[in-house]
Design a protein around this ligand. Structure first.
Ligand SMILES: [Zn+2]
Ligand SMILES: [Zn+2]
Length: 275
């Protein structure tokens, strides 16, 4: 049996279509025997319909700015601060990178204008980059969609490419996985994608092909729930079944222990918080 003791992709009430608090997720993580939990709410205009993609009110994104108040160890579970940012351009640009903010969280004018991404990420330990709205990639060549993921991987805070097997944007798996391996970054095997997929379904086989390429090229994966309710935290039977089906090596599962995940963060060039 493969070991998996971290869940580094989970959502809270902040994401609006998720239903639990950070504490409820922490307690669920503790009960599931996890060593480490990552809080990674959506950083996306899906949260605030009508978002002006040129300008934002920082007050809508305070969640990311104040994450320092969360205990680093809570109920015995180590806690990381993250976000799941939407990939929004074929260059791998992320939500918020082209959105200007000119006021602080009190609504007072900021000393100098900045981007929403630059203001929201300093308190994030890592970013998961995922495609949710894929219309910008409609009709794009495989070369360009591959470049999209390569561009996202090149961003300093991006540690994980989220649910690439179900995002609906085809890409050159060998090239992206090879680059992730070279950078020490991580490819996600996402339980939420697989539990809905039938074992013979398209999502299952595309996730399986991605996992096989990770094993072949020595790229580490993270096995995450993408939980939108605390009851799902720490439960990854489908993702582990998929990995076991292909004899995936335990040592490439970065979520096998807290130590392994923190070492992977360092290996990818990210700052590792004191936990
Ligand atoms: Zn979601
Ligand atoms: Zn998610």
């Amino acid at each position: 049996m493969l070991e998996n003791r971290c869940d580094v992709h989970t959502h809270t009430l902040y994401s609006r279509h998720a239903y639990s608090t950070v504490r409820e997720n922490v307690l669920a993580a503790r009960d599931a025997g996890l060593e480490l939990l990552g809080v990674t709410d959506h950083f996306s205009d899906m949260l605030f319909p009508g978002t002006d993609l040129g300008h934002a009110d920082l007050r809508d994104y305070q969640h990311f700015i104040n994450m320092g108040v969360l205990p680093r160890v809570w109920e015995g579970v180590r806690l990381l601060h993250g976000m799941e940012a939407d990939i929004r351009t074929l260059e791998g640009g992320l939500f918020g990178q082209e959105i200007e903010v000119d006021a602080d969280i009190t609504g007072r004018p900021a000393r100098r204008p900045s981007t929403l991404y630059a203001r929201a990420t300093p308190n994030c330990d890592y970013v998961i980059a995922s495609v949710h709205y894929k219309n910008f990639a409609d009709g794009a060549s495989l070369e360009r969609t591959t470049q999209m993921y390569l561009g996202a991987l090149a961003q300093p805070k991006v540690l994980v490419l989220g649910h690439t097997g179900r995002a609906g944007v085809p890409f050159d798996v060998r090239e992206v996985v090879g680059e992730a391996a070279r950078l020490g970054k991580l490819i996600e095997i996402n339980e939420h994608s697989l539990e809905a997929a039938r074992r013979d379904g398209r999502t299952w086989s595309s996730c399986r092909a991605i996992a096989e390429t990770c094993a072949e090229l020595g790229c580490q994966v993270v096995v995450n729930t993408d939980a939108h309710v605390c009851a799902a935290v720490g439960r990854t039977p489908c993702a582990l079944a998929l990995l076991e089906e292909i004899g995936f090596p335990q040592e490439l599962v970065a979520t096998r222990s807290a130590e392994a995940f923190l070492a992977a963060m360092a290996g990818a060039g990210l700052d590792v918080p004191e936990l």
